[in-house]
Design a protein around this ligand. Structure first.
Ligand code: MLT
Length: 312
């Protein structure tokens, strides 16, 4: 019969609007990266892509919603390193990163910056470590909730500095940065895709980038290693996910569209301005994505356990 394909798979896909779920607030780094690729991906797929922000619990609320969505290719999740830290941080997560999703491909790996409100006393990263040790009870560290990239980086900072700080959770580092600029919170570790503008505008103080090499678009910012805190090294990888059971031909259409978007000069230029770059084409594949996620799940489970953090 001509019942069409229930899942909207095969030639028919896409025959209606596709939703890209961002599990953090609008205006933050995850949202920014998603909106960069949504337009060229939609063009390649021959369909419209809308971006929907589903916040909460360090990205796990949005991830859970996509895990439970219809596996028809019309709900896709953009997520980052938080997909690999959440199992070690949440007891009843409601999804299994490797089981509940089809991997579509890796997108980009983004450096982080250690930034503070512009009149915060410490001048350098070393001063920051000294200051937080002496003032641990009153310093506030912003993040986007347990399981966010900013949370992980904050954890690594506290472990390296040997200190436990008061954490202030937001629904995303977009709103967190607004409060940092407003002086409502002391410092934060966040991705260059969010902080670059405020760093250039001198609306925040920047101590370091958390990558082994300096970031081309932030040439004057030292690496954490140069600034004396080599243990604080982390960059935020991102991938696209579809619910488990999404038809393989739909997943491969999404992966091909992702590759096209990552080769789009406008995307390359936008990412370069914000301190990052698309992954190579061979990494924008389900296989490379699965390999990365498997390796990262192991890495962060150990780091989080070694930091004495128990799943809550
Ligand atoms: C965001 O998009 O708000 C960030 O990715 C949150 C985080 O992971 O720190």
């Amino acid at each position: 019969g001509t019942g069409g394909t229930a899942s909207g798979g095969g030639g028919a896909y896409p025959d209606r609007t596709i939703t890209f779920v961002v599990p953090f607030s609008a205006g933050g780094p995850t949202d920014t990266v998603t909106r960069m690729i949504a337009e060229p991906m939609g063009a390649k797929l021959g369909g419209k892509i809308v971006v929907q922000n589903v916040e909460g619990a360090g990205g796990t609320v949005g991830a859970g919603e996509v895990a439970r969505a219809e596996p028809d290719g019309y709900t896709v999740l953009m997520h980052h390193i938080g997909m690999s830290t959440a199992p070690a941080l949440y007891q009843d997560l409601g999804y299994q990163p490797l089981e509940s999703f089809e991997m579509v491909g890796l997108v980009t790996e983004v450096p982080m910056t250690v930034v503070a409100r512009k009149d915060f006393e410490p001048a350098t990263l070393q001063d920051l470590v000294t200051y937080v040790k002496a003032n641990a009870s009153k310093v506030t560290l912003a993040n986007a909730g347990i399981g966010a990239a900013s949370h992980l980086c904050g954890l690594l900072f506290q472990t390296a500095a040997g200190v436990k700080l008061q954490e202030v959770p937001y629904e995303g580092t977009g709103p967190a940065l607004t409060d940092l600029v407003g002086g409502q919170v002391d410092f934060m570790c966040d991705q260059t895709t969010n902080t670059s503008g405020q760093i250039s505008a001198k609306e925040v103080k920047v101590y370091a980038v958390t990558t082994p090499e300096r970031v081309g678009s932030l040439p004057d910012v030292p690496t954490t290693a140069e600034a004396g805190l080599p243990q604080l090294e982390v960059s935020v990888w991102h991938g696209l996910y579809a619910p488990k059971g999404t038809p393989p031909d739909v997943v491969s259409k999404l992966s091909e569209a992702l590759k096209t978007a990552l080769a789009d000069q406008k995307v390359i230029d936008q990412m370069a301005k914000l301190g990052t770059a698309p992954v190579p084409a061979e990494d924008a594949t389900p296989e490379a994505h699965r390999t990365k996620l498997q390796e990262q799940l192991g890495t962060w489970a150990k780091v989080i356990a070694d930091a004495g953090v128990k799943a809550g």
